[in-house]
Design a protein around this ligand. Structure first.
Ligand SMILES: Nc1ncnc2c1ncn2[C@@H]1O[C@H](COP(=O)(O)OP(=O)(O)OP(=O)(O)O)[C@@H](O)[C@H]1O
Ligand SMILES: O=P(O)(O)OC[C@H]1O[C@](O)(CO)[C@@H](O)[C@@H]1O
Ligand SMILES: [Mg+2]
Length: 319
């Protein structure tokens, strides 16, 4: 393999730059040219790419986001779009592709693989909803961002005897909500995967209130309900003064944590080594501390299994 491509796709996250840098430098050290497509699959379809050099990836390791930029592409979801993508890769002499992104992006990578493109996926999404890796890139940094914000809010909640509903990201995934609830000592986490009962929530808060706890933190995953409705329910049931805070895209940015810098550096290196070893249609991952590799076909039909247990723990500890 003489020339490979890299792209970042879907929601950006901290650690993507570490992966790009590591993959580029690993490939160049092995005498392989690297092109970087801008804005994910959209850049591949537009022919928007840059030749990557060692200098090009200098000074990005400590920065959040992705210097190649990211996007969601409707055109790439179509067969015609993907045929154009394959043609472009052939035209530019790109013999293998590294796709850094979330579950959707990895589905796209699998579709390319089925069309004969040697592809390796790198799991990168703060949602941490990708199976066969303990952690996706960006999750650790996002959790650190969240706990910093929640700790700040706890200070003001206790000063004013208020209940806060804090909305974190996760359209379909409750990972950030459950983990940040455990890590901040929040009273309750509401996640899309587990049906929640507003009466149960209010009973728990009322009991705590009667025991003398005059403030509360409820962490809500964005896909699991409307924060203001939940705050209104709590106010009506208990008389708590309530406030809502939506953390939004603040969670996704910022300098990557040590964990994400190391994970991105390991993933980028492993992705190139796999491509050069003739592996394809696979995703690199982190399994019990070691780099592992799983067929994309298996990854995209599998669900992460650890969340139920951790959500239960958040319930036990929130009592
Ligand atoms: N089933 C699919 N087939 C082909 N391409 C897909 C598929 N699903 C998603 N893609 C492509 O991948 C892009 C990114 O997917 P998506 O918006 O689901 O984000 P993601 O990679 O899951 O990241 P995140 O969830 O962290 O934001 C889509 O815009 C689309 O171009
Ligand atoms: O506003 P955007 O970029 O579409 O991203 C929002 C979505 O992306 C994610 O943050 C994952 O990156 C989801 O949890 C969220 O719903
Ligand atoms: Mg996704």
């Amino acid at each position: 393999m003489k020339r490979i491509g890299i792209l970042t796709s879907g929601g950006d996250c901290s650690g993507m730059n570490a992966t790009i840098r590591s993959a580029t430098r690993t490939a160049l050290a092995r005498g392989v040219q690297v092109v970087g497509f801008r804005k994910g699959y959209a850049g591949l379809l537009k022919g928007d790419f840059i030749e990557m050099t060692t200098r090009e990836v200098a000074g990005i390791l400590h920065r959040g986001g992705t210097f190649l930029q990211s996007a969601r592409s409707e055109e790439f979801r179509t067969v015609l779009g993907r045929e154009k993508a394959v043609r472009h890769l052939q035209d530019y002499g790109v013999e293998g592709l590294i796709v850094i992104g979330g579950d959707g992006s990895l589905n796209g990578a699998l579709a390319l693989h089925k069309m004969g493109v040697p592809v390796i996926g790198v799991p990168a999404s703060i949602d941490n909803d990708i199976a066969f890796t303990d952690m996706a890139l960006g999750v650790d940094t996002a959790l650190n961002n969240i706990i910093y914000a929640v700790d700040c809010i706890k200070d003001t909640a206790s000063s004013h005897d208020r209940a806060f509903v804090i909305e974190v990201m996760g359209r379909n995934s409750g990972y950030l909500a459950s983990m940040s609830a455990i890590a901040t000592g929040a009273e309750y986490a509401i996640i899309p995967e587990v049906e929640y009962d507003v009466a149960d929530l209010c009973n728990q808060l009322r009991r705590r209130y009667e025991e003398g706890r005059s403030n509360a933190i409820i962490i809500l995953a964005e896909g699991a309900g409307r924060a203001q409705n939940i705050a209104d329910n709590i106010k009506d049931a208990i008389g708590f003064e309530t406030r809502v805070t939506v953390l939004g895209h603040y969670q996704r940015g910022g300098a990557p944590s040590v964990f994400d810098r190391l994970l991105g550096s390991r993933f980028g290196n492993a992705a190139v080594e796999q491509l050069l070893a003739g592996e394809m249609g696979k995703m690199v991952g982190l399994c019990c501390g070691e780099i592992c590799s799983t067929l994309l076909e298996t990854v995209v039909v599998s669900e992460k299994t650890t969340l139920d247990e951790l959500h239960e723990l958040s319930k036990i500890l929130g009592i």
